[in-house]
Write a protein that binds this ligand. Structure first.
Ligand SMILES: O=C(NC/C=C/[C@H]1OC[C@H](O)[C@@H]1O)c1cc([N+](=O)[O-])cc(O)c1O
Ligand SMILES: [Mg+2]
Length: 214
């Protein structure tokens, strides 16, 4: 039976990356996507911007919306301080199966909790289910029409504190116009655009970094 692209991506990780070496996992996926098959990982160019924001924030608690195959999950977790925790939400069970194996290959299971289901269902349960108070950093990379409603939901559920950072992928391509308008015009956020390119292409895209002002 025919394999899926995530399955072929995992095979490339297991073939080319070193167990327990997160950066080699990131490198193997980027190589696969550049040389074999494009896939919707944040990628190496935007990934460097992601790295710099993660390093600057040095978060103790991170929420990722949209795991896909775990590329950005591994990339973020590899930079976290000891005892820091990353919770990542993935809607598609087939992607979750792959992501768990990519995370395991990187040896980052202890830092990462992958939760399967819809962000809209899980965000209101974060405190009671995972003992989270607030998130220092949120990486938004799931369905583009969910960025705004989920951001409002995180505000309502008290998951953001003064200084929490939202970092959103794909604000140009595929685009998240309603989210951009909100974080750029709301008095509750200070927003900044990092111009880049859609992963593995020359098409413009970028990351929007927004600080919640409380
Ligand atoms: O839809 C995108 N991401 C949404 C992903 C959604 C995830 O949750 C549902 C699905 O199982 C996937 O794992 C996307 C699409 C493109 N693109 O160029 O089409 C580029 C990107 O960086 C993207 O994050
Ligand atoms: Mg993306």
């Amino acid at each position: 039976t025919q394999s899926t692209r995530p399955q072929r991506m995992l095979a490339a990780v297991q073939k080319n990356a070193t167990r327990g070496d997160p950066r080699s996992v990131v490198k193997a996926i980027d190589q696969f996507c550049r040389q074999k098959e494009w896939a919707m990982n944040v990628g190496d160019e935007k990934g460097c911007i992601l790295d710099s924001v993660v390093s600057e924030v040095n978060p103790a608690t991170v929420l990722e919306l949209g795991t896909y195959c775990g590329y950005s999950t591994v990339r973020i977790a590899s930079l976290l301080p000891p005892h820091a925790k990353l919770i990542t939400l993935e809607f598609n069970p087939d992607n979750a199966v792959i992501a768990r194996q990519v995370i395991a290959w990187a040896g980052l299971e202890d830092k990462i909790q992958l939760v399967e289901g819809a962000s809209g269902d899980w965000i209101p349960k974060m405190k009671e289910e995972f003992g989270v108070k607030t998130f220092d950093l949120v990486f938004l990379d799931h369905w583009k029409d969910r960025y705004l409603p989920d951001t409002k939901l995180m505000e309502e559920c008290g998951l953001l504190r003064k200084g929490s950072i939202l970092l959103a992928d794909n604000v140009i391509c595929p685009g998240t116009p309603d989210y951009l308008e909100y974080v750029r015009n709301s008095p509750r956020y200070k927003s900044q655009y990092f111009k880049s390119h859609l992963e593995y292409t020359k098409v413009e895209d970028g990351l929007e970094k927004s600080v919640f002002l409380g």
